[in-house]
Design a protein around this ligand. Structure first.
Ligand code: MSP
Length: 645
């Protein structure tokens, strides 16, 4: 029996909620899984959360939360984003699980017994934000090379003999050219190894959070050493049956955790343990915004839910809005170089590729089939040109997938729509019909063949769209790769459906994420994915929090704001001051029910103009399901104007 194909994303830190960058790596694995399944492989796809790091612990403590509750909460936010994006993962692995602890301790023991782990004193700098040890010589103005704060650590610790594996890694990579991908990044790893790998400290003296060193509870295992083992732990190792999944076929991640961790440390750990290495370790670049990495700490992130909601508000059904989001993320995929992902880019790609090319191709085909061949798939044979184009696109698609160039792969799928449009423009079926030309049947069949091939090839990226396309063609979904372009894929005489537009053209110019971040309150801004009501605590001190003035207020008047789907205009009393506040709660509350209620408001926000009306503050609400809001209210009546902390 063929081995299961095991593919992984990194496991994400649970110190802040997910954004489109996190979703991107999940998506590339999801696309890979769906494609490989079409090729007949059994695929298991792992994603999950990395929960043992010091920064996660500190984030929880600073938020005044029980660490376990805190990690449960954010871990769930990652799972929610995966579900929202229709990511078909099989394992959502958490490093606070018992299974993980067992595997990590077993691997530690094995390496200690074989002499690859030894004890020594560690003195040096530690970058909590990146969870890495930093050399004195690498400090820049007293900070880590990434610009993070560092702290001095002086402890008796355990070390891993990474220095023993440089040559072995180079030899393995030379014999296995698909080991370090993409080709461009291979050189970075080689140059890192050539500088000489040094042993690394793999424990910390910090009881209470993390996986204890076996037999020495005063120390926990360094979070990277622990986290990397997740891929193996999820197979059940060292319990029987782990070979069913191991070795992994592909580990995907972005470039910042490639060279030092996934491309060197992890395979060296496996070599030391005498375990087989993953087939491919591959990194993509970053989504950037305004040339900076999109990241929560820079405040320039876009949540997948925002993009989906944008497409929904512009007329897509929910499932197709998810597909449109998936499509734009992959189309913008930073395979070698970083790429800017923004709403305006997403809008542009949507209009040109989905509304114009794909949507048009389907509509034209269905309309002309109704008009010229009585709504039935003709029995005529395909013209050779059409067959060749489909087979060539299929081959190119498969070839690009060998190195996981998903952004190019999706273009081959779309090329079917473009070829179809060209074919129609060249053949002019309406003229053939006017002249009763016998070629008409073959041309309509050709159009249907292009749409059918697009349906098959687009399926790994846009599964709901592919289902819709198949249904409109009156056919079963193409679930097997070999069926694409086959004679059987278009049974003659099948009745097709009436065309139903899938991707309405967008007219609205959305705000860029940066702009969406400014001028809070922003009730008209898209609702974000479930998100905790705190910021990552490492990024804000109490003095920052104290800058926000929160007070109890009473709603005196409430009326829906004309022309807005979401806003309600409130007149509130804060102490003896009356204020007007616009709140995005129309979906969730009937304005008449709000009058007399107490709420909590931010009173020192700069006033903002929303749809021509001034808003002098912000009403606090929790994110409810499906973009609804749940107002915060003091548990008992409090005097109006009372401060809230
Ligand atoms: N916990 C570690 C990984 C341990 S794996 C054994 C970690 N977590 S993380 O939350 O910081 O996630 C980093 C990963 O999220 C990146 O490697 C990438 O997969 C994804 N991305 C996060 N921001 C991204 C962009 N701006 N652009 C592209 N990918 C992004 O590191």
């Amino acid at each position: 029996m063929a081995k299961t194909t095991y593919i992984t994303t990194p496991i994400y830190y649970v110190n802040s909620v997910p954004h489109v960058g996190h979703a991107l790596t999940m998506l590339v694995c999801d696309v890979t899984k769906r494609y490989r399944q079409m090729r007949g492989e059994k695929v298991v796809f792992l994603t999950g959360t990395d929960e043992n790091g010091l920064k996660v612990y500190e984030a929880a403590v600073a938020a005044g939360e029980d660490p376990m509750k805190f990690v449960d909460w954010i871990s769930q936010a990652f799972r929610d984003v995966a579900d929202l994006m229709h990511i078909d993962y099989d394992i959502f692995f958490r490093t606070t699980s018992e299974q993980h602890k067992v595997s990590v301790q077993a691997l530690f023991e094995r390496l200690r017994e074989s002499g690859y782990i030894y004890s020594d004193k560690y003195e040096g700098w530690y970058d909590v934000s990146a969870e890495t040890f930093v050399r004195e010589s690498d400090l820049v103005d007293g900070k880590s090379p990434d610009g993070n704060e560092v702290r001095w650590v002086s402890e008796e610790n355990y070390f891993f003999k990474l220095s023993a594996f440089g040559d072995k890694l180079m030899e393995h990579a030379a014999a296995n050219p698909e080991f370090w991908l993409p080709v461009g990044r291979r050189a970075e790893v080689e140059s890192f190894i050539k500088q000489g790998l040094r042993d690394i400290c793999i424990t910390r003296t910090q009881a209470g959070w993390g996986i204890p060193v076996p037999g020495d509870d005063s120390k926990v295992i360094y979070v990277w050493f622990d986290a990397l083992i997740n891929y193996l732990a999820a197979t059940g190792w060292p319990k029987e049956g782990w070979e069913e999944l191991w070795p992994a076929e592909i580990h995907w991640m972005a470039k910042e955790i490639y060279v030092r961790f996934h491309a060197t440390l992890w395979p060296a750990m496996l070599m030391a343990a005498g375990l087989p290495l993953p087939k491919t370790v591959i990194a993509h670049g970053w989504f950037t915004f305004n040339d900076a990495k999109m990241s929560k700490s820079k405040g320039n992130v876009l949540a997948p839910a925002e993009v989906i909601q944008f497409f929904e508000e512009n007329g897509c059904t929910h499932d197709l809005a998810v597909d449109a989001t998936r499509f734009t993320l992959i189309r913008c995929f930073p395979y070698d170089n970083d790429s800017n992902y923004s709403m305006s880019e997403a809008e542009r790609m949507y209009n040109s590729d989905l509304a114009n090319d794909l949507g048009n191709a389907l509509n034209r085909t269905l309309s002309m089939t109704h008009k010229f061949t009585e709504g039935k798939i003709p029995a005529d044979a395909l013209e050779p040109e059409v067959e060749e184009k489909i087979q060539a696109a299929k081959a190119a698609f498969a070839a690009e997938f060998v190195e996981s160039k998903v952004h190019l792969v999706v273009d081959h799928a779309l090329s079917m729509a473009r070829e179809l449009n060209r074919y129609v423009d060249a053949c002019k079926p309406w003229d053939l019909a006017k002249n009763s030309d016998p070629r008409l049947g073959a041309v309509i069949k050709g159009m249907l063949a292009y749409v059918r091939a697009a349906e098959g090839m687009i399926r790994p990226f846009m599964p709901s769209t592919a289902d819709r396309m198949a249904a409109q063609l009156g056919l079963d979904p193409t679930t097997h790769w070999d069926a694409i372009g086959s004679v059987d894929s278009l049974p003659a005489g099948t009745s097709i459906q009436q065309p139903e537009p899938m991707f309405p053209r967008l007219q609205v110019k959305p705000a860029e994420p940066k702009k969406a971040m400014e001028n809070e309150p922003k009730p008209e801004a898209p609702v974000k994915a479930k998100k905790p009501a705190f910021e990552p605590p490492a990024e804000i001190g109490i003095e920052d929090f104290m800058k926000v003035q929160l007070k109890v207020a009473r709603i005196l008047e409430a009326e829906p704001l004309e022309g807005s789907e979401k806003l309600v205009k409130l007149q509130v009393m804060v102490g003896d001051e009356k204020r007007q506040i616009l709140a995005g709660i129309k979906k969730s509350y009937n304005p008449v029910d709000l009058v007399g209620r107490q709420v909590v408001v931010v009173t020192n926000l700069k006033p903002a103009k929303l749809m021509g009306h001034e808003s002098q503050g912000m009403v606090l609400a929790a994110d409810g399901p499906n973009g609804t809001a749940i107002l915060l209210q003091p548990e008992a009546e409090a005097p109006e104007g009372t401060s809230v902390h």
